[in-house]
Design a protein around this ligand. Structure first.
Ligand SMILES: O=P(O)(O)O[C@@H]1[C@@H](OP(=O)(O)O)[C@H](OP(=O)(O)O)[C@H](O)[C@H](OP(=O)(O)O)[C@H]1OP(=O)(O)O
Ligand SMILES: Nc1ncnc2c1ncn2[C@@H]1O[C@H](COP(=O)(O)OP(=O)(O)OP(=O)(O)O)[C@@H](O)[C@H]1O
Length: 470
């Protein structure tokens, strides 16, 4: 602070105690107010908008809390060395003195400390459908899903070293075999789509930009005790492949459940047919059971329905964004009435839910479609946290597979800014043109051999265990 430039008008009375009179800088307090508003917007968006679309039972919106500035400053110094290098261009805001307080979803309350620690699995599933909008200009977008195309772009740009063979359309299919296959590929190449926590500690994840290979043996070491049952428990013999299969099975069950309690089991039966991605390595001929679809109370169903509020695709949405942008240039004060940056309240939800089906040329229609699109974007970028808590020994059946109680939550429900839409269009164009340049010759249908893959290692381990049981 330069002393000769200090102006008393920049300062205002803040309060006083017995010994101190506190004044604050107007600009700093304005910034603090802005930061508070921004976090409150996240809470409002999550609790008033996303919660109603995704289901209250999955959402923990948290609350804005004020923190002493010195505490935040010390905290930022303390955690700095643990932050990944590639995130360090983002500076932690240490001046606003506010933060979002959330329950720790990797340490669920249903866990009793004396028992085996809970396992929490975080999945960022990304977009689970193919666009069918008439505005889509490139046929490939109706055949190959965005995630699979994006993989080529990410590898070409060095974000990841290897391509993930995970396909969201398999995960969202509701077909157990396809879901199993999808999760297998999340384990194989987790990127930023898959993490496992044990007792609150991350025990399995990818490191961005790193060549470090994933340690399947270490993962198996962590998982094995959770899946020992019947004879396996007595002779400690359980193959790595069997452990992973059981683990995936439990995860699929949790994803298809109603999120912990019982609930409706109405299936989205039409769902599966419209949603095969041509780049998926799942072999359709391997399907033993017909279309099962997603139960309507499952977390995946709710996320998919919300993602599908993007009915026009970015190509159809962009002209409507331009209409709103033009209107705001002509009438800047309309920004508030149209709730472009919130508040995210019931009126906002109503705007997007009551959107007319046909474009009447109005700015109201365009705004409602933009709101819908932004909500869909949030649902395409959120994560699911599945907490698995092993049953106590008394509850467990000695012979049967291990039982878990589980809770399912959705996290990362930030509103996507209005201004992010032009970036979406540019990214879409880049992804598609990169895919058309590099990905056209993708193998289709069957799973290719994965010589260095970790599942190959788990399968090889079968043999090792057969000859050298431990
Ligand atoms: O655009 P996408 O699909 O790459 O999604 C972005 C994510 O990249 P991903 O492909 O999941 O690795 C990206 O994830 P990472 O930071 O790469 O882990 C963010 O979630 C980003 O959201 P925001 O702009 O930070 O609010 C996401 O951006 P939005 O498009 O949701 O704004
Ligand atoms: N309530 C929570 N409990 C436990 N872990 C959490 C919680 N919220 C976030 N995390 C962890 O922190 C990570 C980052 O959080 P989050 O995804 O909300 O950040 P973001 O900056 O919005 O991410 P993105 O880049 O995906 O937009 C999550 O992937 C998750 O592992």
């Amino acid at each position: 602070m330069e002393l000769d430039k200090m102006d008393e008008n920049d300062w205002k009375y803040h309060g006083e105690g017995n010994k101190s009179l506190v004044v604050s800088h107007v600009q700093v307090s304005r910034l603090a107010e802005q930061a508070f508003r921004q976090i409150q917007n996240i809470v409002d968006f999550s609790s008033n908008v996303m919660s109603s679309l995704l289901g209250e039972k999955f959402i923990h919106s948290g609350e804005v809390v004020k923190l002493p500035l010195e505490f935040v400053r010390q905290l930022s110094i303390k955690v700095q060395h643990q932050r990944p290098a590639w995130r360090c261009d983002k500076v932690m805001d240490i001046y606003s003195g506010c933060a979002l307080c959330l329950p720790n979803l990797t340490s669920p309350a249903l866990h009793q400390p004396t028992h085996t620690p809970p396992l929490c699995i975080e999945i960022k599933p990304k977009c689970g459908f193919l666009p069918s909008s008439k505005h889509v200009s490139k046929d490939i977008k109706t055949k190959v899903c965005r995630f699979c195309m994006h993989q080529h772009y990410k590898v070409a740009n060095g974000k990841w070293k290897r391509r993930s063979l995970y396909c969201p359309l398999d995960l969202f299919s509701g077909n157990r075999q396809r879901m199993h296959f999808a999760i297998r590929h999340l384990i194989e190449e987790p990127q930023n789509n898959f993490k496992i926590f044990k007792g609150g500690q991350c025990i399995y994840s990818s490191k961005e930009g790193s060549d470090d290979s994933l340690d399947l043996n270490s993962l198996l070491h962590h998982l094995r005790p959770y899946f020992m049952y019947g004879n396996n428990r007595i002779n400690s013999h359980m193959t790595g492949k069997a452990v992973l299969n059981d683990f995936i099975q439990v995860l699929v069950n949790a994803l298809l459940s109603g999120g912990g309690g019982d609930g409706g089991v109405v299936m989205d039966r039409q769902g599966e047919g419209r949603s095969f991605c041509e780049a998926s390595h799942f072999n359709r001929e391997r399907i033993r059971h017909g279309s099962q679809g997603l139960p309507s109370d499952s977390v995946l169903f709710r996320i998919l329905q919300t993602q599908m509020l993007d009915t026009l695709d970015i190509e159809g949405l962009h002209p409507l964004y331009r209409r709103v942008e033009q209107h705001l240039q002509d009438f800047p004060k309309e920004r508030t009435r149209l709730q472009i940056d919130g508040p995210y309240n019931e009126a906002f939800l109503e705007k997007l839910q009551k959107c007319p089906t046909e474009d009447d040329g109005s700015v109201e229609y365009a705004v409602a479609k933009v709101h819908q699109y932004r909500v869909a974007m949030t649902a395409k970028d959120c994560s699911i946290m599945v907490a698995l808590v092993p049953s106590t020994e008394e509850e467990e059946d000695d012979e049967g597979p291990p039982a878990f109680s589980y809770s399912v939550s959705i996290l990362d429900l930030d509103p996507k800014p209005f201004d992010s839409i032009p970036r979406q269009l540019r990214l879409d164009q880049r992804i598609v043109s990169c895919y058309l340049r590099t990905g056209g010759s993708l193998p289709k249908g069957s799973l290719p051999p994965l010589p260095g893959g970790i599942f190959a290692a788990a399968e090889r381990e079968d043999c090792t265990l057969l000859f050298h049981p431990v």
